[in-house]
Each structure stands twice: as C-alpha cells, then as structure tokens.
Design a protein around this ligand. Sequence first.
Ligand code: NAP
Length: 253
Amino acid sequence: MTLGGDGRVMSTAIVTGSSRGIGRAVALRFARDGYDVCVNYVESDAAAESVAETVRETGQRAVVVGADVGDFEAATDLVETTVEELGDLTHLVNNAGIDQHVHTADLDPADFDRVMDTNVNGAFNVTKAALPALRDAEGSATPSITNVSSILAFTGAPIECHYAASKAGLLGLTRSHARDFAPEVRVNAIAPGHVETDMTADRTPEQEANERAAIPLGRFGRPSEIAEAAAYLRDASFVTGETLNVNGGELMR
Ligand code: NAP
C-alpha cells in the first residue's frame, strides 16, 4: 500500500493478458481510477510496454511481467514481482484467454488442453499465487478477483467447445472461490458478449452481420465497456459469486 500526494490510499491490480484488447482497457481504466497496475502478457512485449507507458502517463505506477498464466511457477513469479515492485496487491483480474475455431471432429486433444490450460488453469494458477497477498491487503475496500468468462459459457458454441467449456469452468471456479475466500476476498465474473478485439477480428462480413443481428443493441461491445464492468465489480462491496453479463442484450430471456 502506498499513499498518493493527496494522502489517498493507492491500491494495486494485476490484469492478466493486458497487452491488448479487453485487458488493456481494464488496465488503463484501473490506472485512471488511481490504481497501480501490473501489465501481463505472454508474447506481445512491445504492446505491453506501451500499455505500461500509458498507465504511467496517468501518474500511476506500472510493472510489466511476461508470464504464461498456464504455468504455475510463472504465475507465482508474476504475483511476487508485482508485490515486490508495487508494494501490495488488492485486485486481480483474470482476463488472459485464447480461442480457436474448430469443430470437435477436427479438434486435436492437445488443442483442447491448451485452451483449458490458459483459460481455466491460468485463472486458478494466478488466483492461488495471489491469495496470500490479497488476504494481506490493507487499507482498501475488500480485495477482489474478477474472472473474465464469456456469453458462450451459457450458449455453447458449435466450433469452440473447448473455449465454451473453459468459460463455463471459470464460472464454477468463481462461485467456489467466492465461498472459499469470503469474507476477506470477493470473487466475481464478467461474461462479455461479442467485443471488438483481435480475438474477434477474423469474422467474415457475413458472420459479423449475423452476429450483430442477434444483439438487441445492434452493435458489438467496446473493450472500455467491459472495463466499466470490471471497475464496478472492483468497487461493489456487497457483491460476490456473481456473473455480470455485458452483451448488448444478446442473452436476455
Ligand atoms: P485478445 O485481444 O486476443 O487478447 C488476449 C490477451 O491475453 C493478450 O494480452 C494476450 O497476450 C493474453 N494472453 C493469451 N494467452 C496468455 C497466457 N498464456 N498467459 C498470459 N497472457 C496471455 O483477447 P480479448 O478479446 O481482449 O479477450 C480478453 C478476455 O475476454 C479473454 O479471456 C476472452 O476469452 C474474453 N472474452 C472476449 C470476448 C470478445 O468478444 N473479444 C468475448 C467474451 C470473452 P499477448 O498479447 O502477449 O498474446
């Protein structure tokens, strides 16, 4: 914990997979809200450094840690480096994720494992590594963990069963950890619908038109709109074990 110039308690967040897309938007939103940020990535080192520079321009501190969240040792290093460099840890956003489009008939079991390793094991690894620091956090509102799931956890998907299963798994992890870590640490999930990032950039115009037609608000989400949800859950002191659906109305029933 550090004190800002105005004596305000400054807190620290790790945002996994924050070199690009939704994670980048969350890291920058948290910085604008007064948080020091650990920017994590696995390959895009220049992009991660650029996010950290933008964090610093807000007056907050940033540390950049390349770490494959699917590797528990790397996840432990990610947390240790953050606490060493930034002093504490009050919030974790498990955002790092990968996707692949392939029917089950053509899906290599090794690719199934790869998606689960990053999307589910990754969240478990960083959470387990971060738990002691989160429990030790002082001077902030309740420390929290937010897991980034997906609308596909509820709908399934014909060409990404491993992705949908991983995102449904994250919701089980969220509720289990919400019960396990209460009352010291709150744990919630966000389930975005279609958001404009690199992950969704490979759609054909026809696919895009079909997907947009299924969204009552008539457009795809922006990364900043998922960051808005992450900021809400970070501050929502009486909310734990919940999933916040942010999808332009696509899932309403
Ligand atoms: P993105 O633009 O593809 O960015 C993915 C981020 O995750 C990058 O920063 C990437 O780092 C990082 N990453 C990937 N594997 C990693 C690993 N093993 N260890 C650490 N970091 C890793 O994706 P996005 O669209 O922003 O998605 C972010 C999250 O939202 C994901 O969990 C995704 O499943 C979820 N989501 C996205 C959508 C959507 O429509 N975009 C919808 C629902 C849910 P590098 O840059 O180094 O590769």
